[in-house]
Design a protein around this ligand. Sequence first.
Ligand code: SAM
Length: 243
Amino acid sequence: MPRFFLNEENLTGDTATIVGEDASHIALSLRMAVGNALTLCDNEGYDYHAEILSIARECVTLSVKDKMPSESEPPYRVRLYQCLPKGEKFETVIQKAVECGVCEIIPVQSSRCIAVLKDSAAEKKLTRFNRIAEEACKQSGRGRLVKVTPPVSYREAMRQMAEVETAFLCYENEDGLTLSGFLPREVPCEIAFLVGPEGGLSTDEVAMAKEAGIVSVSLGKRILRTETAAPFVLAILAGKYEL
Ligand code: SAM
């Protein structure tokens, strides 16, 4: 069943309104009609079954039938700090990370990033990144929208991650601690992890993580591409705490 995300002003009592692009998508692309059913998400972790009351290309009104907790959110909130990869790889990372349960994606400009997200282009790219995230949320049936934030410096990423209960750096030269060895037995409320760019992290950056109290973990003996590492980690988290 098609799924759409609402903000609180679009949901009053047992009626909801969908406007803008989503409304025209329902009316024109999906060719839905009065009486058809769809799922609404309030972005607070609840889903609503709703039925179309009226439909026009700029506005669709619906009657909300029942409310239930979204079953598709993981039992933890996990933030991915992804050092910006080249080209379209970041779009792949966004899509796969959303499907695998990430809750927020923070692009990081580290020293070896080839790609730079700044100035006027950044605004446009960020809009595109969030559209990709929203599409992946709809496709995978997520209960909360995943946000792609404006980029942060590596230092700022370290500062933010240091405040998270379970935070780690994916580091291929770590030969002691593996991810499985690091993860706590009980499901953590909050998890944050960083993945380096194609050229990896500099020794200074690894040292900065250590100083911030952020543990480096190995994802095994194979070297994963930067766009593989995050889905790989998220799959391990889902396998350990969710499935
Ligand atoms: N130094 C790597 C190389 O020799 O090709 C380049 C970095 S790797 C392509 C991109 C990022 O993925 C790394 O910075 C790291 O964050 C993560 N990564 C890849 N393989 C990993 C592994 N086996 N263990 C931990 N992290 C890994």
